[in-house]
Design a protein around this ligand. Sequence first.
Ligand SMILES: *[C@@H]1O[C@H](CO)[C@@H](O)[C@H](O)[C@H]1NC(C)=O
Ligand SMILES: *[C@@H]1O[C@H](CO)[C@@H](O)[C@H](O)[C@H]1NC(C)=O
Ligand SMILES: *[C@@H]1O[C@H](CO)[C@@H](O)[C@H](O)[C@H]1NC(C)=O
Ligand SMILES: *[C@@H]1O[C@H](CO)[C@@H](O)[C@H](O)[C@H]1NC(C)=O
Ligand SMILES: *[C@@H]1O[C@H](CO)[C@@H](O)[C@H](O)[C@H]1NC(C)=O
Ligand SMILES: *[C@@H]1O[C@H](CO)[C@@H](O)[C@H](O)[C@H]1NC(C)=O
Length: 673
Amino acid sequence: MLEEQRKNKWQTMFIIKYVLLFLLLSRFVASQQEDVGFTYNGFRGVNMSLDCLAQITENGLLMLVNTTLSQVGHAFYPQPICFMNSSSGNVFSFSTTFIFALFSEFATLGGPGIVFVISPSRRFPGALPSSYLGLFNTTNIGYSSNHVVGVELDTFQNTQFNDIDDNHVGIDINGLRSVQAASASYFSDQENRRVNLNLYSGRPMQLWVEYDGTEKQLNVTLAPTTVPAKPTKPLLSFNIDLSRYMVDPMFVGFSSSTSGIKTPQYVLGWSFKINGQAKELCLSQLPKLPRMGPKTRPRIFTIGFPVIGASLVFMSIVIIQFIVARKRKFAEVLEDWELEYGPHRFKYKDLYIATKGFHDKELLGIGGFGKVYKGVLHTSKVEVAVKRVSHDSTQGVREFIAEIISMGKLRHRNIVTLLGYCRRKGELLLVYDFMPNGSLDKFLFDQSTTLSWNQRFQIIKNVASALLYLHEEWEQVVVHRDIKSSNVMLDREMNGRLGDFGLAKLYDHGGDPKTTHVVGTFGYLAPEFATTGKANPSVDVFAFGVFLLEVACGRRPIDPQASEECIELVDWVISIWNSGKILEAVDPKLEMNNEVEEMELVLKLGLLCSQSDPIARPCMRQVVQYLKGEIPQPDLPFLTSENTGEASFWCPYFSRGKTPPSSIAHSLLSGGR
Ligand SMILES: *[C@@H]1O[C@H](CO)[C@@H](O)[C@H](O)[C@H]1NC(C)=O
Ligand SMILES: *[C@@H]1O[C@H](CO)[C@@H](O)[C@H](O)[C@H]1NC(C)=O
Ligand SMILES: *[C@@H]1O[C@H](CO)[C@@H](O)[C@H](O)[C@H]1NC(C)=O
Ligand SMILES: *[C@@H]1O[C@H](CO)[C@@H](O)[C@H](O)[C@H]1NC(C)=O
Ligand SMILES: *[C@@H]1O[C@H](CO)[C@@H](O)[C@H](O)[C@H]1NC(C)=O
Ligand SMILES: *[C@@H]1O[C@H](CO)[C@@H](O)[C@H](O)[C@H]1NC(C)=O
């Protein structure tokens, strides 16, 4: 066992030693093959061969030329590089890349530009600035003895050299007449198209020069440094055997010159490799370009600032418009006098959200005064009904709001509670308790549904109780003025609740009823109200009478489709009453059981209340007593259609505008019978 372990250990050691030896050997072989290469992310401390205007700035930028006019500048890698395979005589593959920035004093005029140069010498005595780019002079330009290979970044159109434009990249051999050139652009792999570039924008850009020694192809690729990777398609791709032009050894570097305008030119980083891929430059390590290049200043001021300013202004306008639109959308009207109603005010925005923007799907119904929407309040999750009432002016709004708010203080289990309001220009929104079962008329006149007598009688008692509260039990006398089946809402338990006080008017106990223009619903309107416009509680009693007949008979107060004698419900019931068979008026949908007595009471009470003489009508207190059976059924005389006031029953309170002590009222009632 122990023996075996030792043996295993020895074997492992042997293998490790062998592997290490192999690694060392292979490394040695590799170092033998290693070719010249360097990578400069910035030039601080780098031993470059510089002359004339060329210098390395404090922060490590290679500045080929500064703003001195009509001068040249050269920057070369100091050691000569062997480009030739001596056995085959071919030029090795090589790859280089550098990041540069060309500035110009003027936005539309560039300098001569810069050239990446491979040359047998790093000195160019007698070379000219400007268009000659510090490489040649008039005597030697174009000569094959130059052995110069260059890639120019040319920002000046010189017809002498057949320049295609003032913003191009070209491959130069021994001269400045490019063997191949293209306008500065790059292939955007993202957009799958060529994107034009402005070489002398001062923007840092990257150039790749790659030579394939086997294929004998020279590729030149350009891109702004904002592009994440080298474009897949080169800008220039030229088949050329460089061994025909080059000698050994060669120097690599840059040449530049200035002309009559200030055009500082920089190289930020440079990487070079023989027989391999030049190492990628690290953008984050590159030195910073000067902020105010002679070019950027006018650019910033002439184009940048106005553009930035304009876009700021534009953006502000858009934002302001958005805010204004939003404000307008949710705008409300709030005046000082409304402040006291604070708790009753709703935010329009909340109502807007609650009703899903007053969406048609949330529409509960359309009344005479506006649409009613269902809503769920965002914060409390309370279901509400929101009524949108449009009003054309601010006139009378204050009074109206005041009324609405006092309505909000009405608390009775048979009254739909007004939770609050919201006022907008030309619009008032009233927020009510949500009534899940809708309005009574739907159940009365829809063929599909019906209500039992018990339910109907319950609802009648509910409405009577609500009216008594409005007329006599609350701090003010409230005349509803629009009692009708469609204004009686049904809650979850099918209790009747009086709703829609849109027309209600108030006046203090004992005060004179206000005279207003006639409003109400045709068929429920008391005749004296139609002529005088005075809203007494007796007006409500009249409408309540019609309502009673409506509920008991299951007919609308006015039915134009009915046979002639039945068009007006009240007249029709009177005729049946006079014929002595009152129960024939009862809704045929109802079964006659032991409830006939209640039916008779409701019909008689309906006739009693809907008498044309207001004095002949009972008051709500009496009506409630009748309905509760606290007092015996009324004796109804023979009635005529134009019953103008057999004052068999009356209530002095209505005629005299005084509150009768209940005992007097009672005795009067007893006496009246
Ligand atoms: C820079 O390179 C040149 C050429 O190889 C050499 O003569 C010189 O001493 C170098 N300078 C420094 C500071 O390394
Ligand atoms: C440009 O550089 C040269 C050489 O370094 C220097 O003599 C000259 O003063 C510089 N010109 C400007 C405007 O900086
Ligand atoms: C030089 O060329 C010879 C012959 O073509 C080839 O065998 C050799 O690998 C080349 N050397 C290098 C370093 O590419
Ligand atoms: C042109 O340049 C060559 C090589 O750089 C030089 O020998 C020659 O004297 C120059 N000619 C003139 C006119 O400057
Ligand atoms: C030059 O570009 C062509 C076309 O994109 C490509 O096929 C070739 O491999 C490239 N050569 C070098 C040396 O990058
Ligand atoms: C009344 O509303 C409640 C709650 O929505 C519902 O359960 C009930 O069926 C409704 N009654 C009628 C008669 O529609």
